[in-house]
Design a protein around this ligand. Structure first.
Ligand SMILES: NC(=O)c1ccc[n+]([C@@H]2O[C@H](COP(=O)([O-])OP(=O)(O)OC[C@H]3O[C@@H](n4cnc5c(N)ncnc54)[C@H](OP(=O)(O)O)[C@@H]3O)[C@@H](O)[C@H]2O)c1
Length: 246
């Protein structure tokens, strides 16, 4: 039974994080974001990398280590410079091997335009696979040439349909799904009702101005409601985990 803290003053060790965030024994979808106190999901340079912190990065790495697939919208892939995923820490590699998982999670890119950077498509030694979820209208030749037809999955006509996407991933044994956003993907998946968990690091800073929030979506009716699972506290960050209740 994982520990159930309500507030930890000390920074949790990686082994505690692996227990606290252990994925349930059924297919699940978990979203992970970092936000400033005034709701910015990226810094002035347009990247989340400039608002995160060491404690947030540890949770980020633990969540990846617990997942089969990491799903990311193409906007985030382009903004953050994603490459195929690699589990770097020896402790996390050991945890994956002990759980019978491949060393690295599969990166799943979601796109309608097909505009994915070369550095993602060219693959990398000792890294996880890359899959693309796209639509019937997506120009696919370049993607298929680079990744192979088996790695380019059509999941909808105009947009990638979340239920269809998750079912195609499950058919490949990718059932513990982590999504690192971004905001449009989260909005879409919230509307489709497929999200089980929201992991959110709240950074104690204000940026002012305008910028993306964690969910870019038209007004939700009914609203999405969350129940807290835990609150961790490290170096001033609040590290929150919520379960989606409706
Ligand atoms: N704070 C955080 O934790 C965090 C996390 C992630 C991202 N971000 C920030 O968010 C910003 C990017 O925002 P964003 O809204 O552009 O990110 P996004 O949701 O990752 O990207 C949107 C794009 O992803 C593709 N996409 C998403 N849902 C789709 C669907 N259902 N069907 C087909 N394609 C779909 C489309 O790509 P195409 O245009 O290729 O068709 C769409 O234009 C960046 O500044 C990034 O740093 C912050």
């Amino acid at each position: 039974m994982p520990p159930r803290p309500t507030l930890l003053q000390a920074e949790p060790a990686l082994s505690d994080l692996l227990q606290l965030y252990a994925a349930p024994p059924y297919p699940s979808v978990r979203m992970n974001f970092v936000s400033t106190l005034d709701g910015h999901a990226s810094g002035p340079d347009g990247r989340a990398g400039s608002i995160n912190s060491a404690p947030d990065q540890r949770v980020f790495a633990a969540l990846r280590a617990l997942s089969d697939a990491v799903v990311v919208g193409a906007g985030t892939i382009r903004a953050e410079g994603y490459r195929p995923l690699r589990t770097r820490s020896a402790e996390l590699l050991e945890a994956r091997r002990a759980a019978g998982r491949p060393d690295h999670p599969t990166l799943v890119a979601v796109t309608a335009s097909g505009d994915l950077p070369d550095r993602l498509l060219e693959g990398a030694a000792d890294s996880g696979d890359v899959l693309v979820l796209c639509t019937e209208r997506t120009p696919r030749r370049r993607l298929v040439d680079r990744l192979g037809a088996d790695a380019v999955l059509v999941c909808g006509t105009d947009g990638v349909q979340p239920h269809q996407a998750l079912s195609l991933l499950a058919q490949r044994g990718l059932v513990r799904v982590l999504s690192e956003g971004g905001p449009h993907l989260f909005g879409d998946w919230l509307r489709a009702g497929v999200v089980d968990d929201l992991c959110l690091t709240l950074r104690p800073t204000l940026l002012g101005g305008v910028g993306p929030r964690i969910a870019e979506v038209a007004a939700l009716n009914p609203r999405a409601t969350f129940e807290p699972v835990h609150v961790l506290h490290a170096e001033g960050d609040l590290i929150l985990r919520y379960r989606v209740v409706s």
